[in-house]
Design a protein around this ligand. Structure first.
Ligand SMILES: CC(C)(COP(=O)(O)OP(=O)(O)OC[C@H]1O[C@@H](n2cnc3c(N)ncnc32)[C@H](O)[C@@H]1OP(=O)(O)O)[C@@H](O)C(=O)NCCC(=O)NCCS
Length: 143
């Protein structure tokens, strides 16, 4: 099951964030504000077993997938696929039409994951990341 994160989930979500996206991890404080609904447009979602999380920004017909991670020992078992599909279904029911995201060109695993889900390349952004790495901008039509 996929659900919105609750305040009690913060320690595990913050741990997943550091484990998954260590180069630019959001702070626990910032994630706590996101979970509390204090950041406009931002929603934090988790799998019921708290092995996977996602953060989206929802703006009218478009959502941006800002963070996505799965605990290392739970990867390649479909957790992220279930989470993102459940999330997309919830968003589509709210009239959101497209999901977009940026992914590092050197993140081969994530690129394979998004490709398998049905994301397509929209554009590239040169030097998008702090270390100078380029980004692909991907889009998935969810509705
Ligand atoms: C990318 C990530 C979220 C995928 O989560 P996951 O739960 O392991 O993904 P799934 O099990 O749902 O994978 C579904 C399919 O995607 C592809 N895939 C997923 N991870 C892959 C990898 N590392 N290498 C190649 N293909 C991969 C495979 O086709 C996989 O199906 P298969 O296992 O039957 O071959 C996870 O590896 C992760 O947390 N990475 C670190 C954080 C990150 O990079 N986030 C994205 C930032 S843009």
């Amino acid at each position: 099951m996929t659900r919105l994160a609750l305040p009690d989930d913060l320690p595990l979500v913050a741990a997943l964030e550091v484990e998954s996206l260590p180069a630019d991890a959001w702070s626990s404080d910032y994630l706590g504000r996101a979970i509390a609904g204090e950041l406009p447009t931002i929603e934090v979602w988790v799998s019921e077993d708290l092995t996977a999380y996602a953060v989206v920004s929802v703006l009218y017909d478009v959502t941006e997938l800002q963070r996505l991670g799965v605990r290392q020992d739970a990867r390649r078992s479909g957790a992220a696929t279930r989470l993102v599909r459940d999330l997309a279904a919830d968003l589509a029911a709210r009239d959101v039409e497209r999901m977009v995201l940026e992914v590092r060109v050197d993140n081969i695993g994530a690129r394979a994951f998004y490709d398998r889900l049905g994301f397509r390349e929209l554009s590239q952004r040169a030097g998008y990341y702090a270390d100078g790495t380029d980004a692909y901008v991907l889009e998935w039509v969810i509705r």
